[in-house]
Write a protein that binds this ligand. Sequence first.
Ligand code: NAD
Length: 478
Amino acid sequence: MSVIKHWIDGKQVESRETFVTYNPATGEEIAAVASGGEAEINAAVAAAKAAFPKWANTPAKERARLMRRLSQLIADNVPELARLETQDTGLPITQTSKQLIPRASHNFDFFAEVCQQVNGRTYPVDDQMLNYTLFQPVGVCALISPWNVPFMTATWKVAPCLALGNTAVLKMSELSPLTADQLGRLAMEAGIPAGVLNVVQGYGATAGDALVRHPDVRVVSFTGGTATGKRIVERAGLKKLSMELGGKSPVLIFDDADLDRALDASLFTIFSLNGERCTAGSRIFIQETVYDSFVEKFAERAKRLRVGDPTDEKTQVGAMITQQHWEKVTGYIKLGEQEGARLVAGGADKPEGLPAHLSKGNFVRPTVFADVDNRMRIAQEEIFGPVVCLLPFKGEEDGLALANDVKYGLSSYLWTQDVGKVHRIARGIEAGMLFVNSQNVRDLRQPFGGTKDSGIGREGGEYSLEVFAEVKNVCISM
Ligand code: NAD
C-alpha cells in the first residue's frame, strides 16, 4: 500500500506511525498515511517560521504570480484531483470535477488579485497629524480543515494566507488526506519556496492540538465542528482566531414565492455534497397555505435522486465519509421516527439494488421528515447528511422566530416576492449569510462565516485580511 507523507520544508517526511484511509463507497483501503504528532508539528512550524521573513518581504506581484501558477496547475490536474477527492470522500464525481476542484483553482487566482490591492486607510487630524494604516503579514498560520469538501476548504485558507505574505502549516482531516498531499506537491511544482506551505497529516487530538498550542503560531484558521472549535478556543491562547463551525440553516418559503424555483434550490441546498455541507438548508419552513403541496412535491423529487457509486456521472448522492458517520446519520433518522416526525422519503435502511462492490459502502437515502416540531432534536442538531426537516409556519413573525430558534447561525435562505419582507427578514435573521430567492451561490468577495455557535470571524475577499493580516497604525505629527 502506498504511504502518504507530510510536506515539511519542501520535502516529503515520514512518521513512525501510520493510519489507513478508506474508500467510503467500497470500504477498501486506499493508502497508509503518516500520522504526525508533536515532532512533525514542531518541524513544520520551524520551517514556516524560517521561511516567513523572506516570503513576507517578497513583492505582492511575485507572490501573486506564484499563486496564479498554482491555480493553473490545479486547473491542469482537475480530473486526477477530482478522482482522488471522490475516492477519499464519497462525493459524486460530477460535483468534485465540475464544482469543487475548479473552485479551488479559482481561490488562488482570486487571492492573487486581492493581495495586490491591499490598501491602508488614512485619518488626518486637522492639519496637525496624519494617521495611516498598514496591513502586514502576521506570521505562521495554523490552517485546520475538515473532511467535507476538503480540497476546496483547504485552498480557501491556503490561498489568502500565502497571498498576503504569511506562511502556513496545513492540518487536513485524517479522514481526507489525499488531495492535501497533492496540494503540497503542486505548491512545490509551482515554485512556492520551501517552508512557505507545510502539510502535516494526522489526527486532531495529536497533530491538531500540538499545532493549535504551538507558541510560534500566530493565527488559527479553523473549519470544523462546533465542539472542536470550542476546544481550540480554550487551547490556543492569544492567537488570532477564525472559527468556521457547524450549522443548521433555515430556509423560509412564503406562499408568494416562485415555488418551483424554491423547490429546486431547496433540494440542491440539502442534498448536494451528500448533505455533508455546513451551509445545508436542513430546516425548511413552508408557509402553511402551500405546505401540503410543497411537502408532496419535495418528497417525490427526493425519492428520485440517484444514490450510488460516486464515480458514476449520473450519481447525485454518494457515500457518507465513514461507517461511524453513517451510523450517526442513520441514527438521527431512527430518532426522527421516534420523535414522531412523519417520514415521507428515504429512511435508515441502505438503498436497494446496489452492485456487490458497493455492498460495504456508507450509503444513505435522501431522507425527508415532514410535520417536524422545531423542538425535536432532528430540527435542532446538525446531522450533516442527506436528511431534511420540513416544518409549517403561519406568517412572517412566527416564521422568523422559528428560523432563529436554534443555536447555530451560519447561512439562511428566503423565498418571497415581497421586497419589504426581504429587508425585514434580512435585518432579523440570526445568520452570517442570507440568500434571497437563490441557492447558495458564492462570490469570493463576500464575507463567509457565521454567528452564534456557527463561529467567529469572516473570511473571503478583503474580510480575509481580518484573519491573515495585522493592521498597524502609523501616526505622523506634521
Ligand atoms: P471536526 O471538528 O471533527 O474536525 C475538523 C478538523 O479539526 C480536522 O482536521 C480534525 O482533525 C481537527 N481536530 C479535531 N480535534 C482537534 C483538536 N482537539 N485540536 C485541533 N484540531 C482538531 O469536524 P469534521 O467532522 O471534520 O467536519 C464537519 C464539521 O465541519 C461540521 O460541523 C461542519 O458544519 C463543519 N464545517 C463548517 C464549515 C464552515 O465554513 N462553517 C465548512 C465545512 C464544514
